[in-house]
Design a protein around this ligand. Structure first.
Ligand SMILES: [Cu+2]
Length: 507
């Protein structure tokens, strides 16, 4: 039963639009020129790809013995290439979307959960009607139709629920999936693909003796004692002695990882949340906060045939992790070495400079604090479904600098004596550049433990703001006016209200 007034109204508006439908070839070529020549984002005609995504309770055999009760997305391709959705084997995670830039996608989301839900396409630049704002959440038995064009570059994006107050428990129960976008430029680079393109979704969970998920968060968020990769414990993968692309995603509710190879081998980072970097970066550790993604290029030929290496998370003062733990094990097959070359540079779609910002001299500031009532707040305010304060209205087309301040200095906060915690800040509907980090000398310890692993280059939709830090980001509000949100992606902080609307207004 299709029932959603907002999506229906949006759909009618789109049907009424008198634009000329582009052929998919025209769309693809227009997209690659996005910088200089914005594409017409209006959706006309029938979709290239149409899928049904249902959220419902189910079970999954995660450990020997009892199966685990989970909530999961199941998918079905109604129109378009059958590999538009790919299931991860033996996993409660949702199907992996596999789409190309320029495609017109329609998703029928059916909510068969015993509560409200809505899907957010994390990292995607979509109209606000397709962004999964909590106001759009639908009840059990209802559905929501998303209709949008894929405008983003190739990269590792994802999707998850976004109903207000219940995002943490819904994601924790299993509702999340990867959303991979491909484009012609990426295809021309000869990067590892198909079997050599490996998703690694990292999550921590807490299970009871009956193998059931326990959700019992603190003010710091929900932390588990069991690492799952792609929904499985003690994850092991076999690699041939050649190059692979590993798409690492932190799908945890609250945990920050300090990733490294257990033998100290360097890691080659090729991409972030918004796609490929300008050039690969070499790092000993990678700090991966909730919702962040990192693409690695790994030459498994550098290890001996038959050996096993482990990706670990090293100890860090943050979140009181004292010992390193294993994320997954990689077994190196006894195969002939097939050398591959890591490209020296990647195409860079767009340049955004702080000089373009309309508020370069006076950035918007957002104080991240524990406020009255022991709630996490932004500028002394918690989430309200429709409220947009003066500081939260921006103009379509503008370039702006936003500054997230996690120093306990805001009016709504409890001062330096109050609690400071890391906050991975996420802005919906766009990708931003990270401009600058400034840390208060009094809070340098936890920052120092993670700073070497920050990947601040490239495009991001989530930035970790450590205790004592002030982080400024640069973005442009392109194409779509409407109501979007920004929030802490520690999902328990978000559910507590550490989320606000921002409105893009027609200028
Ligand atoms: Cu937070």
């Amino acid at each position: 039963m299709a029932k959603n007034t907002i999506s229906r109204r949006g759909f009618l508006r789109l049907l009424g639009y008198a634009g000329i439908a582009l052929s998919s070839q025209q769309i693809l070529s227009a997209c690659s020129n996005r910088v200089n020549q914005p594409i017409d984002y209006e959706i006309t005609g029938e979709p290239d790809i149409e899928v049904r995504l249902t959220a419902k309770p189910g079970t999954q055999q995660i450990f020997p013995g009892n199966s685990t009760n989970v909530w999961r997305y199941t998918g079905e391709v109604l129109k378009g290439p059958s590999d538009s959705l790919i299931s991860l084997p033996d996993s409660f995670l949702g199907p992996v979307f596999n789409v190309k830039t320029g495609a017109h996608l329609r998703v029928h989301f059916e909510n068969q959960l015993p509560e409200k839900s809505i899907i957010h396409w994390h990292g995607l630049h979509v109209p606000d009607s397709a962004d999964g704002h909590p106001r759009l959440a639908v009840e059990n038995g209802e559905n929501y139709i998303y209709d949008f064009r894929i405008m983003d570059r190739a990269g590792t994006y994802w999707y998850h629920p976004h109903p207000h107050g219940r995002t943490g428990p819904q994601v924790y129960q299993g509702l999340a999936g990867l959303f991979l976008i491909h484009d012609d430029e990426e295809a021309s680079l000869d990067l590892p693909s198909n079997e050599q393109d490996v998703p690694i979704v990292i999550q921590d969970r807490y299970f009871d003796k009956e193998n059931q998920l326990v959700y019992d968060p603190s003010m710091m968020g929900m932390f588990g004692n069991q690492i799952l990769v792609n929904g499985q414990p003690d994850y092991e993968i076999e690699f041939d002695r050649t190059a692979y692309r590993l798409r690492l995603m932190n799908g945890s509710n609250a945990r920050i990882y300090k990733l490294a190879w257990n033998d100290g081998s360097p890691m080659h980072v090729i991409g972030t949340e918004g796609g490929l970097l300008e050039k690969p970066l070499k790092r000993d550790t990678i700090t991966l906060a909730p919702a962040q993604r990192i693409d690695l290029w790994v030459d498994f030929g550098m290890w001996d045939p038959g050996s096993t290496i482990r990706m670990v998370s090293l100890s860090a003062l943050t979140q009181d992790v004292e010992e390193e733990f294993t994320i997954f094990s990689a077994r190196i097959n006894d195969t002939e070495y097939s050398a591959q070359t890591l490209p020296e540079t990647f195409p860079n779609h767009k340049v955004l400079s702080p000089a373009q910002a309309v508020n370069a001299d006076d950035p918007r500031t957002f104080e991240l604090e524990m406020g009255p009532g022991m709630r996490w707040m932004i500028n002394g305010q918690v989430f309200d479904m429709t409220d947009v304060s003066k500081n939260e209205k921006v103009k379509l087309g503008d370039v702006e600098i936003w500054e997230f301040i996690n120093q306990g200095t805001g009016m709504g906060g409890m001062g330096m004596g109050g609690m400071l915690q890391p906050h991975p800040m996420h802005i919906h509907g766009l990708q931003f550049k990270i401009l600058e980090r400034q840390v208060d000398p009094r809070n340098q310890d936890s920052y120092n433990g993670l700073k070497d692993g920050f990947i601040d280059e490239g495009w991001h939709d989530t930035v970790l703001v450590m205790p004592g830090e002030k982080v400024s980001v640069l973005m442009q509000f392109e194409d779509f006016a409407g109501l979007y949100i920004y929030h802490c992606h520690n999902l328990e902080h978000e559910d507590m209200g550490m989320m606000r609307n921002y409105r893009v207004e027609n200028s």
